[in-house]
Ligand binder design. Structure first.
Ligand code: UDP
Length: 247
């Protein structure tokens, strides 16, 4: 079931605009309203474009994943979909670390450790990147995170454990739908109670999905690498995720 938010609080003040989303306050201090845009960027913003209806696909895709993860015991910021492009989420302070989980070698990992793209990893690999446009989101280790006060060792333990559980759940969800989850990026936040919860989005912008049979990329790599059929790929992922869901 995809959670919907009926009688959603109206957007009040514009808070923040990221590369793919805009965030607004509401009259409820605990809740924000997120609007998903069609803007696409890659390579630290050096490549820019528009992917028609990306915002619609990513809003709904995120809603599907967050609802499924919540149903399986993962705390998330997701409160429900409002309309095609908007969702209500719990207000959090984002932890300035991008958490990447990998099942198959692709992208920057191929360059970093020299294994060929497509090599299946013996176990999921966990990586942390410092969210800093100025530094170009560098790979960092636990010691760096501690010294930068990005997260305490206890918080890191929670984040790492959650990221790996999320990976297992997501693989179990997408594989029967004909998708291989190659790798993906997560962001976590802290709510007003100090609890660490999953935040941001889960979509073809933030995950690599390959067709299980053909290996065809069905994600943002089609935009990054000018592979064509970008919109079609986003819609195809959503179509497959909707299989077996009602509501
Ligand atoms: N990713 C992301 N945002 C980023 C960087 C990476 O969502 O700023 C995702 C990306 O879509 C992929 C995974 O994280 O699913 C690993 O990306 P990688 O490190 O291979 O970087 P890339 O090759 O995309 O630059």
């Amino acid at each position: 079931m995809i959670k919907e938010f009926t009688n959603a609080p109206e957007a009040r003040e514009f808070m923040y605009e990221g590369k793919a989303k805009k965030i607004y306050t509401t009259d409820d201090p605990e809740l924000v309203r997120i609007y998903y845009k069609d803007d696409a960027t890659a390579f630290d913003g050096k490549k820019r474009g528009t992917i028609l209806d990306k915002g619609v696909v990513n809003n709904r895709t995120s809603g599907i994943f967050f609802s499924y993860l919540e149903d399986n015991g993962i705390p998330t910021h997701f409160q429900g979909l409002v309309n095609e492009r908007e969702m209500i989420t719990e207000r959090v302070e984002i932890i300035q670390v991008e958490v990447v989980v990998r099942n198959v070698v692709a992208g920057s990992l191929a360059k970093r450790i020299g294994l060929a793209e497509g090599t299946v990893l013996a176990f999921p690999v966990l990586e942390f990147y410092y969210k800093s446009d100025e530094l170009g989101d560098p790979l960092i280790n636990e010691s760096h995170m501690k010294v930068l006060n990005l997260a305490t060792p206890e918080e890191l333990e929670i984040i790492g454990g959650m990221a790996l559980r999320i990976n297992g759940l997501m693989v179990g969800f997408v594989e029967p739908r004909g998708l291989r989850l190659v790798d993906f990026k997560l962001e976590f936040g802290k709510n007003s109670k100090g609890q660490i919860i999953l935040a941001d989005e889960i979509s073809p912008d933030t995950c690599r999905f390959w067709d299980l049979e053909t290996g065809k990329s069905l994600d943002k790599d089609r935009f990054r690498r000018d592979l064509g059929e970008v919109e079609e790929a986003y819609h195809e992922v959503l179509r497959r995720l909707e299989v077996g869901l009602n509501g």
